[in-house]
Design a protein around this ligand. Structure first.
Ligand SMILES: Nc1ncnc2c1ncn2[C@@H]1O[C@H](COP(=O)(O)OP(=O)(O)O)[C@@H](O)[C@H]1O
Ligand SMILES: [Mg+2]
Length: 149
């Protein structure tokens, strides 16, 4: 599909950057004709992925880097969130609803990412890092409610 625009972002693994990443990706996404609801869902998904990199990937070490690559195409936005952290030992388990390696957490981050986005994929190498790919199509919800489209 034709690439309209692309951006690459790299920032430190501190919690202040969860909001930075969320707002930046949403601003970039605003170049396409997303609904406000879509933009909110993109924000939540990006926050969850960046939060996971900080908390789980880097275990709150503040001096590591997280990368985001976002690509705008005429009908969709692709977002990749990547860390070089500890990786995920058992990805199938990690993707299960309410599964968390931290007893204090809800284990719903991946569930939100999957349900809020139209495409969701995780690659992880233990000891090497994690890459989350997200995709949002433009106007999916509008298309669903108006049969003539
Ligand atoms: N970037 C990451 N690096 C390492 N482990 C991760 C990463 N993202 C997710 N995980 C693992 O997957 C589990 C599930 O993630 P998630 O669904 O967001 O739930 P939660 O963050 O509440 O634990 C986490 O508990 C963690 O073990
Ligand atoms: Mg999480």
């Amino acid at each position: 599909m034709r690439l309209i625009n692309q951006m690459k972002l790299e920032f430190l693994s501190i919690t202040a950057n969860v909001a930075f990443a969320r707002v930046t990706v949403a601003a970039f996404a605003s170049q396409l004709d997303f609904t406000l609801a879509d933009l909110e869902e993109i924000k939540v998904a990006v926050s969850e992925a960046v939060g996971n990199s900080i908390i789980h990937g880097y275990e709150n070490a503040p001096d590591k880097f997280i990368r985001i690559i976002a690509a705008l195409m005429p009908e969709e936005l692709e977002i990749i969130i990547e860390d070089d952290g500890k990786g995920i030992e058992d990805l199938n388990k990690a993707l299960l609803p309410a599964y968390s390696t931290d007893a204090e957490r809800l284990g719903l981050g991946f569930v939100f990412m999957k349900s809020f986005m139209d495409g969701f994929h995780v690659e992880s190498v233990p000891g090497n890092g994690t890459k989350v790919s997200l995709c949002k199509r433009v106007g999916t919800r509008l298309a669903q409610v108006s049969p003539e489209q």
